[in-house]
Design a protein around this ligand. Structure first.
Ligand SMILES: [Zn+2]
Length: 346
């Protein structure tokens, strides 16, 4: 494959070539070098390409709620409306998947709470490289639906907690232990709302005098490099330092946070501390589309005006998850880079 311009995850290559065999990269480099290994280009791409995208947090099962849940009344009212809504709409989920352009995605981490099996079937039928279906518990029980009785070809399932306040500590620990044993990401919403620790204490009891959600999670022993905290809006300086020390992943969803009026994650602090960051769109119940490029553009516009294009590309290709690099043996998942986005970063 001959490509006008390629971002490998480390460098730009003009007039690049990728040699792909059985879905994996055999060689990557300048066309004049790589061409020696083949007779003729099989495919010419007149544009810019980069490693496949990674949406680290969404809830596709809520696609039917697009435009149906009021955002202006605040997070609690929004959350109740989502929980009460007759949400399942297979047509809407299919349409949302089609609109995303999943073929350009290396990985989508999707959360399912109530429509686990239907979502697993839809993901199996979808294009794209890989999906992770996180089965979230909003109770004091680890959901049984995640038990992989389904034969999954392209994806994987794992139990997840909703949050410190939404899931019992036993669920957090049980789900984390399962994920750890299976080498999967353990994910939960954290520091999305300022009152999360109070809510958790009211529901589950005190957390050993913890002063923040992050501290409570650390006391439970679930903060490590394979735990993904989603949102991180209300992180304090000591939370950020703790997350950096534990090498815990944080997924930012800036458009969802703005739509719900809950503030924004402390981007500068997270970046300076070297916290491992990824990006997610969250669901159509709070954002107008699941387009990761729009998420990046919004991040750059509002939180991170100094962001350079390459750092943005590291975020949308999931480099913090060990993905986002085109090198020999990596899977040949590619995404086109939109011209309008490049213009924003000039
Ligand atoms: Zn979420």
């Amino acid at each position: 494959m001959r490509i006008q311009r390629l971002w490998t995850g480390e460098i730009w290559i003009d007039d690049a070539a990728l040699l792909v065999k059985a879905g994996r990269i055999e060689a990557v480099g300048a066309w004049r070098e790589v061409r020696k290994k083949l007779d003729a280009p099989l495919l010419e791409w007149d544009g810019w390409l980069l490693p496949g995208l990674v949406n680290a947090h969404t809830h596709l099962e809520l696609a039917g709620l697009a435009g149906r849940v009021p955002l202006a009344a605040g997070f609690a009212a929004w959350g109740q409306a989502v929980a009460r809504a007759d949400f399942w709409d297979e047509k809407a989920v299919r349409a949302a998947m089609a609109a995303v352009g999943l073929a350009a995605y290396r990985l989508v981490v999707d959360v399912a709470t109530r429509a686990v099996r239907p979502m697993a079937h839809l993901w199996e039928e979808s294009p794209g490289w890989e999906y992770g279906l996180l089965v979230e518990s909003l109770t004091d029980r680890i959901p049984r639906a995640w038990v992989p009785t389904l034969h999954l070809r392209r994806g994987w399932m794992a139990p997840a907690a909703h949050s410190l306040y939404g899931s019992a500590p036993s669920v957090l620990l049980g789900a984390k232990a399962w994920c750890q044993a299976q080498g999967r990401i353990f994910s939960l919403h954290a520091a999305e709302r300022p009152e999360e620790l109070d809510l958790a204490q009211q529901r589950w009891g005190a957390f050993g005098g913890a002063n923040s959600v992050v501290e409570a999670l650390d006391q439970l022993g679930v903060l490590d490099p394979h735990t993904l905290l989603v949102h991180g809006v209300h992180l304090t300086r000591s939370d950020v330092e703790r997350l950096a020390a534990r090498r815990t992943l944080v997924c930012l969803c800036p458009r969802s946070n703005a739509a719900l009026g809950i503030g924004q994650a402390p981007w500068g602090m997270l970046r300076r501390a070297g916290v491992r960051l990824v990006l997610g769109t969250d669901s159509l119940a709070s954002v107008p589309d699941l387009d990761l490029w729009q998420e990046l553009a919004f991040l750059q516009e509002t939180l991170a005006p100094g962001l350079c294009l390459e750092e943005g590309l590291a975020l949308v290709t999931g480099q913090a998850l060990g993905l986002g690099r085109l090198c020999p043996n990596a899977v040949a998942s590619l995404a086109p880079l939109p011209g309008w986005l490049v213009e924003r970063f000039r």
